[in-house]
Every structure is written in structure tokens, then in C-alpha cells.
Write a protein that binds this ligand. Structure first.
Ligand code: C2E
Ligand code: CA
Ligand code: CA
Length: 559
């Protein structure tokens, strides 16, 4: 590669002079004749060396006045002079020049040496500069470039009255993954994820700003075009990012959370905007089964007690502060209680009874739902024994399984162990899954379900109708019942839309040879609608809210 030299000289003499030298180097010469042009040309062509020719009339102080300009340039600058003393030359050398060469005395060799050395320095500088802006692992741009670029884009949309979308993205429980699989696997995961993100983001700049934190910036000419591009990116991401990652010869289901925020005014500071995207991402993590969310000022207030709860949950597990309540499941053909759903409660020593909506999302976020979920299975097994010993029989006892529990590679194995140890009757045990657990359409989820179903455990699909369901998957997986989400039951029988949906779900379940359970039945009218339309079982306050084991057994007795 030729050494690119940019000559700054008011006269053409310098170029001729260089051309007349017998340089043993391959050089490419270019020249400008004023300081403004110099800065522009440097930015455009990235020369390796700048040569400044001081003509005999120039005074030392006039050369000094170049300093503020030269300091800003990333390129080594050589001064060629004819009539200043060596001492003056040295002074200039110390100021802003990388080399000062006397044209009268310099041999061809001096030129060669200076060029060679300075071009090396120049390349090293360029390398360092790239390094300063690059993340070493992924070769993506780093945090420093992210801030620079975001500021530039914000300034620009201010001028062009355009808009900007900022995506913040990270891996759920990356720390736990590293601990479980090792740091090499962690690096591999980051690299695989980077490739997928680049695949999705195509022409938009992608940054890795810290550990597992990535950002993408989309800018558009108007708010509409930006929003369209952002929606399109979200769509591709939800289909490409969530497939399992094959790392260390193992399929790993990895949760990824995405937060998005929009700005159409440059008054938003880069910090404010970054915070908004991060808060939206945290909400995506908090909300059950959600993988992305768009910033909304009202919703993205960080819950103040998140931190407190996380350490409290460990204490709660140790000190047995969790308790299972049971809500009866009533069969509509016989009118009998045929089963129950186990629902977790937290007896907090200071705060009293805490409901699952206040601690399950946090525990899913932190991964603590994994041991809590095992505890629920263990405890329901114990309670089932108590029920049996009191002389009652149940045909189904269901326990909720969070989508997060499927990220545990030992899920099926551990459940198996609990069942053996506690001698739980697997014909009675049922796991309630949400569609979000299945949605990842992942072999890992399917194989865990398959393994558990082999030992006789039934599965039902919870909150049915609120998520995505793939019909192919419904047929393929061993699901024995659909639970109609209580939001559809609430407005029965008045809402004709909901009535239609409920009828359709009942038919679908029966066509697939599955049972169907309606949740949240509170009124007689709802119950009658469900009976008339062939629903099999119901759960709801109309019969009973979830109650403590003892009370549940009393209900079994009196029923
Ligand atoms: P879910 O699985 O959909 O549970 C049904 C929720 O509906 C329960 O809320 C129950 O008390 C409530 N419910 C039952 N009948 C009625 C009714 O007639 N009207 C109304 N308005 N609500 C009714 P709960 O106990 O607060 O649990 C909330 C959610 O927390 C559960 O929703 C489930 O997703 C989660 N959860 C509870 N326990 C566990 C657990 O052990 N493991 C996991 N992974 N999740 C759990
Ligand atoms: Ca449930
Ligand atoms: Ca439910």
C-alpha cells in the first residue's frame, strides 16, 4: 500500500520537490493550499502523513498559529523549512510537529526514514483509534462510539426534523448462564447473539456497550418511517432471536429482552433516551412471558421493592414462608370437586400475605422461580398425601410451571427426582403451562414436556386465548386441557365477541380431544353459559377463591 501524503503548501514547489527526490517508498501525493481545505481533505482521504511547507518568508510565529488546527488532526505532521535555525526547528518539533526537516540539508535517505517512521506511527494511531471504539470480543462498536453516534444522530434529527428509535437488548440471566456453562460458552453465546442481531438489524448500527448489553439505533426521515422500520425490526427479531442457541453441543433456550424508545426531538439527552430504552427492557423482563416492550412513561417506573424482594425470596424459601392455596376445580357434568389448582402465597413476616402477582414476575426475572417452582411441586405432593390420608380422592391437582423453568436444563430430571422421593401419583399431577412457554417452539421445551408426559403427567394450557398458539404445536404436544382465560369469561354472556371466542375455544378443545376448563367464573349467568356450551370444568370465586389446605379439605368433606 502506498503511503498517502497530503501536502499543505501555498505553492506548488513542495510537490515538485518531493517528486524530484529518489524515494525508495511507494507514495501517493495530494495537495491543498489553505487550512480549511486541509481539515476537510484529512477527514475525506485519511492521509498517513501531512507535509507542511513553510516558505522562506514565513515567520516562526505564523507557523505557531497553525498549532490549534494541527492539534485536532489525527495524522502526523511534518514541517519542511528552508531558512529557520535548528533551534527554532526543535522548538517547533516540540510544539505540534512530528518531524521537522531542513530541505537544504536533508538527503534522500532522511526523507525515506521520516516517511517510513511516520507512516508506521500513523497506522498505529489508526489501529489504536479503532480499538478505542471497538468491542474486542464482538468487533462491534463499543460504548464510547455508541454515545458519540447517538449524539450525532440526535443533533441531526434536530436539523432535519427526523426521528430516532433506540433499541436496548440483553440476555436474561446471563450471569447464571456463565456460572452454569462457563465463560467460554458465555462468549460464544454473545458472538452467536451478535450474529443474529446483525442479521436482523441489517443496515442499522449495532453496539455492544457492556457485558450482555446491546444497542441499535434507527433513524428515519419522519416519525412514521422510523416507527415502521422499528416495527419491522421487532418482527424479525422475535422470529430470529428466540430460537435456541447451540452452544457446547447443547441446545440452550435463552431469554432475550428488548426495550424500545422513540425520540423525535433532539432535546432528549442521550442519557435520558438510553435510560428509557433500558427501563422498557426491564419491563419486558418483569412482565410474564414478554420479550419486548416500548417505553411508556407511566409504566416504566422501576418498582422500588425489586431489590428488597430478591433477597427476601431466598429467605422466604429457607424459612418456609411460602404456602400453597388450593382453588377447587368443579366438574360441570357431575357438579363435584374433581381437582384443584395450587396457587402460591407468601406469608411475609412483616408485610403479611403477598399475592403471586407481586412476587412471581420478580422471581421469573431473577431466576428464583426455578427453586420456587420445585418447592411448589414438592409441597403439592406432600399436600396430596395429606388429602389422601384424610380419606379423600382427587382426580387432578395442578401446579403452575413458569416459562422460565424451561431454561433450566435439569427441569425434567429434577421433577422426576421429586416425584420419586415423595412418591407422588403422577396420574393426578398436572402442570399448567402458558402459551409463552411453548411459543419459543423449541425442542428443549418440547422434549422436557415429552419426558414428563412419559411418566404420566398431564399438561394443560393456561390463560388460553391471550397469547399465540400454533395449532401444529397444540396437536403435537401432549396437552390434555385448555384453560379459558378469565378475561373472556368476565363479560359472559353479554359480550357477543367473548361468547363467540369461548364457544370457539370449547369446540377447538373438543376437536383436539382435550378437556376445557373455564377460569374466573364469578356469576351464575357465566356458569349457565358455560354449561350450555359444553364446557367441562370451571374454577372461580362463584364456587370458591383459592383457600388454605385445611379449608380445602373441609370443602371436599361437605361437597
Ligand atoms: P393463574 O394461573 O391464571 O391463576 C388463576 C388466578 O386467578 C389466581 O390468582 C386466582 O386466585 C385467580 N382467580 C381464580 N378465580 C377467580 C375469579 O373468579 N375471579 C378473579 N378475578 N380471579 C380469580 P393468584 O392466585 O393471584 O395467582 C396469580 C398468578 O400467579 C397465577 O395466574 C399464576 O400465573 C401465578 N402463580 C401462582 N402460583 C404460582 C406457582 O406456584 N408457580 C408459578 N409459576 N406461577 C404461579
Ligand atoms: Ca394457572
Ligand atoms: Ca390462568
Amino acid at each position: 500500500m502506498p503511503i498517502k501524503i497530503l501536502i499543505f503548501s501555498p505553492q506548488s514547489r513542495m510537490k515538485e520537490l518531493l517528486e524530484s527526490r529518489r524515494l525508495q517508498l511507494d507514495v501517493e501525493l495530494d495537495s491543498v493550499d489553505n487550512l480549511d481545505a486541509l481539515a476537510h481533505r484529512v477527514a475525506e482521504t485519511h492521509p498517513d502523513i501531512i507535509w507542511i511547507y513553510a516558505c522562506p518568508q514565513q515567520t516562526l510565529s505564523s507557523l505557531d498559529s497553525y498549532s490549534p488546527y494541527l492539534h485536532k488532526l489525527p495524522t502526523p505532521v511534518v514541517l519542511a523549512y528552508e531558512n529557520i535555525t535548528l533551534e527554532e526547528g526543535n522548538q517547533l518539533l516540540a510544539a505540534s510537529f512530528s518531524d521537522v526537516i531542513s530541505l537544504e540539508n536533508a538527503s534522500d535517505d532522511t526523507f525515506n526514514r521520516s516517511f517510513r517512521l511516520l507512516s508506521k506511527i500513523s497506522h498505529k494511531n489508526a489501529e489504536l483509534n479503532t480499538l478505542r471504539h471497538t468491542d474486542l470480543l464482538t468487533s462491534l462498536q463499543n460504548r464510547a462510539s455508541f454515545y458519540t453516534r447517538l449524539q450525532q444522530d440526535l443533533d441531526r434529527i434536530h436539523v432535519d426534523s427526523g426521528a430516532l428509535a433506540l433499541f436496548s437488548l440483553d440476555i436474561d440471566n446471563f450471569k447464571a448462564f456463565n456460572q452454569r456453562m462457563g465463560y467460554t460458552a458465555g462468549d460464544q453465546l454473545l458472538l452467536d447473539l451478535k450474529n443474529r442481531i446483525l442479521n436482523c438489524a441489517q443496515n442499522f448500527p449495532v453496539f455492544r456497550t457492556a457485558g450482555d448489553e446491546f444497542f441499535i439505533i434507527i433513524t428515519g426521515l419522519s416519525f412514521e418511517t422510523t416507527k415502521e422500520a422499528a416495527n419491522h425490526l421487532l418482527e424479525t427479531m422475535t422470529s430470529l432471536l428466540f430460537a435456541s442457541f447451540n452452544i457446547a453441543e447443547q441446545d440452550n433456550v435463552i431469554g432475550i429482552s428488548i426495550g424500545v424508545t422513540f425520540s423525535s426531538e433532539s432535546r432528549a439527552s442521550i442519557d435520558a433516551l438510553t435510560n428509557q430504552a433500558n427501563q422498557a427492557r426491564c419491563r419486558a423482563k418483569r412482565v410474564h412471558g414478554c420479550s419486548f416492550s416500548i417505553y411508556e412513561p407511566e409504566k416504566d417506573v422501576v418498582p422500588v421493592n425489586d431489590g428488597l424482594l430478591e433477597s427476601d425470596i431466598w429467605t422466604a424459601l429457607k424459612q418456609k414462608q411460602f404456602e400453597l392455596y388450593y382453588q377447587p376445580r368443579v366438574d360441570l357434568h357431575s357438579g363435584e370437586i374433581v381437582g384443584a389448582e395450587a396457587l402460591m402465597r407468601w406469608n411475609h413476616p412483616l408485610r403479611g400475605l403477598i399475592m403471586p402477582d407481586d412476587f412471581i414476575p420478580v422471581s421469573e426475572h431473577t431466576g428464583q422461580i426455578i427453586p420456587m417452582g420445585f418447592w411448589a411441586i414438592f409441597q403439592s405432593g406432600r399436600d396430596l398425601k395429606t388429602i389422601k390420608e384424610a380419606g379423600f380422592s382427587l382426580s387432578k391437582l395442578s401446579v403452575n410451571l413458569s416459562f422460565r423453568q424451561f431454561q433450566d436444563d435439569h427441569l425434567a430430571q429434577t421433577i422426576h427426582r421429586i416425584i420419586e422421593k415423595e412418591k407422588i401419583d403422577t396420574r393426578i399431577l398436572e402442570f399448567e403451562l402458558t402459551e409463552s412457554a411453548l411459543f419459543s417452539d423449541d425442542l428443549h421445551v418440547q422434549s422436557s414436556i415429552g419426558e414428563l408426559s412419559k411418566i404420566g403427567i398431564d399438561f394443560s394450557l393456561d390463560d388460553f386465548g391471550t397469547g399465540y398458539s400454533s395449532f401444529a404445536l397444540l396437536q403435537k404436544l401432549p396437552i390434555s386441557a385448555l384453560k379459558i382465560d378469565r378475561s373472556f369469561v368476565a363479560k359472559l354472556p353479554e359480550s357477543s365477541d367473548d361468547a363467540e371466542i369461548v364457544r370457539a375455544i370449547i369446540n377447538l378443545a373438543h376437536n383436539l380431544n382435550m378437556g376445557v376448563v373455564a377460569e374466573g367464573v364469578e356469576t351464575k349467568a357465566q356458569l349457565e353459559f358455560l354449561i350450555q356450551n359444553g364446557c367441562d370444568q370451571v374454577q372461580g370465586y362463584f364456587f370458591s377463591p383459592p383457600v388454605q389446605l385445611e379449608k380445602f379439605m373441609k370443602m371436599l368433606k361437605t361437597h
